[in-house]
Each structure stands twice: as structure tokens, then as C-alpha cells.
Design a protein around this ligand. Structure first.
Ligand SMILES: [Zn+2]
Length: 293
């Protein structure tokens, strides 16, 4: 599963406070990451061909570290610190929302963090030529990501991408695209908000949908591929849909929706069964939540 990144950016007027907070939070966690020699990593056997390609570029520059659920490959220890803190936190959020009591996977997910734009480009030309403009992509088991200097910390993009990796880990089958991207955005906003004391409204000027941009659920739910051109509205409607379901009906039902739709079956029928509503009522509720007045 290769998934592009949404480049939905935070409004400019929050950049300064976020940046200041990021600096302070970086200082607060200034403990250097403990690097590990390649041969001492616990899960080398899980490194894919793509991973080996990544590590073949200037191999002397790559360092390695690991936490409870992730193995990190990176060239800049400062960046890696941000990543390893956020990765485990995102793991806990997703685990909690999906109420995963026992992680069936005992192996760790590998994350490759590129700093150098030219190396990232070279890597993608070999392993993911279709994703020329992407700053990250995941195969489910591994995440390849370029740390863009424009990021606010590693907030939203990393939270988003890690969520794809975690859904692959926790949910068997293929999660429908709108739920996969919507949930990744939902967690991505949560990660961005963490940098401003968890207050999402400071990073998220409530972005509702214009009524003319709304795609009726009947069509929207069965979206199989990313829309051509600007994907912003697709990501926005996906996120609003997931947000609406979780905030209105709770995380348990959302978990049921993920697991049942990932097994296949008719999305619409599964929705009606889980939420105990007829389809027009569900859609009307969502429209009241998601559309600009
Ligand atoms: Zn995504």
C-alpha cells in the first residue's frame, strides 16, 4: 500500500507560537538517542529490499536506534529524537482508540528518515517512481519519509503516516481508502495539536466543507483511488467523516467499522448495522457536522 502525503498546512499565524513551543519541547527532551550498531538491532531480518536500497545510499551515514515498537534508521540524531518520541506516542493513541489489548505483531516497524533531498529523490526513482512529489510513503510494514525542513516539528505528517503503518498492523484486511486516510488525518491533527498543548483549535481553523464540494456518501464511501489533481477536499471530507463517527458514536463502534469493512462486504450495509441508523439519517447527521452553513 503506497500512500501519498496530504500537505494540508497549518495557518501561518500559528507558525510562530508552534515553532517556539517546538524549540522548547525539543530542549525538554534533549536526551540524545542511543544509537545501536546494525548487527545489534533486534529485527534486521525484517528489512525489506526497499529498506536495503535506502540504506545503500552513503551507508556510512546511517545510524540506527529502536524503541518498543519501531526501528529507526536515520542520519541526523536530532531529527530521530523527535521521531522516536512521537512514534511511540502515536502507537499508544491508535492502540487506545482501537482498544487493542494485545498486539499480535511481535516484530517492529522500520522507519527510514531521509534528510537529504537529493538522496530521497534518488531512492524514490528506484523504489517508488510513481510518487515523485511525495514526502513519505509506506508499505504498511515500513515507512520511508523525508524530513522536510518546512514541517512543524514532525507533527502532522509523521502522525498521519505512522497511522497507516499502525492500521496495517492492527487491522486485518484492507481498510477502505476513506477510513484509512480519514483516520490518518484525524491522528495527524492530534499530533500537530500536541505541539500546542493539545488544543486542536489553535492549529486547526475549523475546516468544514463548502456544500458544493460535498461528495454524497454513496459515492464517497466506495472511493477506490485518490482523486486526480488537488486531493485536499478528499482528505478533508475523509477526516471529517471519521471525526464525526468517533466523536458522535464513540471509538468502539469505529473500531467495529474498521474491522468489518476491512474484511470486505458492503460499506453501506456495515454502517447501517453498526450505527443502527438508516442511511439518510446518518448522512444528514454528517452533513450537519461537516458542511459550512
Ligand atoms: Zn495517507
Amino acid at each position: 500500500m503506497k500512500i501519498n502525503v496530504n500537505r494540508d498546512l497549518v495557518p501561518v499565524f500559528v507558525l510562530v507560537p508552534v515553532f517556539v513551543l517546538f524549540i522548547f519541547s525539543s530542549l525538554a527532551y534533549a536526551k540524545p538517542i542511543e544509537t545501536i550498531e546494525w548487527e545489534d538491532l533486534s529485527d534486521i531480518r525484517d528489512v525489506s529490499e526497499q529498506g536495503r536500497t535506502a540504506l545503500s545510499f552513503e551507508p556510512e551515514n546511517w545510524k540506527h536506534a529502536e524503541t518498543g515498537h519501531f526501528v529507526f534508521h536515520f542520519t541526523d540524531p536530532g531529527t530521530a529524537e523527535t521521531f522516536y518520541r512521537q512514534a511511540e506516542e502515536t502507537y499508544r493513541w491508535v492502540q487506545s482508540i482501537l482498544d487493542i489489548r494485545e498486539d499480535q505483531w511481535h516484530n517492529k516497524a522500520h522507519i527510514y528518515v531521509f534528510e537529504d533531498a537529493a538522496t530521497w529523490k534518488k531512492f524514490k526513482r528506484i523504489e517508488a517512481p510513481a510518487l515523485e512529489t511525495a514526502d513519505a510513503y509506506t508499505t504498511g510494514k515500513e515507512l520511508f519519509i523525508r524530513r522536510s525542513p518546512a514541517w512543524l516539528g514532525a507533527g502532522k505528517v509523521l502522525g498521519h503516516e505512522l497511522t497507516h503503518v499502525l492500521l496495517y498492523r492492527f487491522v486485518e484486511g484492507r481498510v477502505p481508502l476513506v477510513l484509512n486516510e480519514g483516520f490518518a488525518e484525524f491522528i495527524g491533527y492530534k499530533a500537530a495539536a500536541r505541539a500546542v498543548d493539545g488544543n486542536e483549535y489553535r492549529v486547526r481553523i475549523l475546516r468544514l466543507l463548502a456544500p458544493e464540494a460535498y461528495v454524497p456518501l454513496e459515492k464517497f464511501l466506495v472511493t477506490q483511488s485518490y482523486p486526480a489533481g488537488d486531493k485536499t477536499l478528499f482528505y478533508r471530507q475523509s477526516e471529517l467523516f471519521v471525526r464525526y463517527l468517533i466523536l458522535t458514536y464513540g471509538k468502539e463502534k469505529f473500531h467495529d467499522l474498521l474491522t468489518e469493512t476491512a474484511r470486505g462486504g458492503d460499506f453501506r450495509n456495515i454502517l447501517i448495522k453498526i450505527y443502527q441508523l438508516d442511511f439518510p439519517s446518518l448522512e444528514n447527521g454528517f452533513k450537519r457536522f461537516a458542511l459550512r452553513k
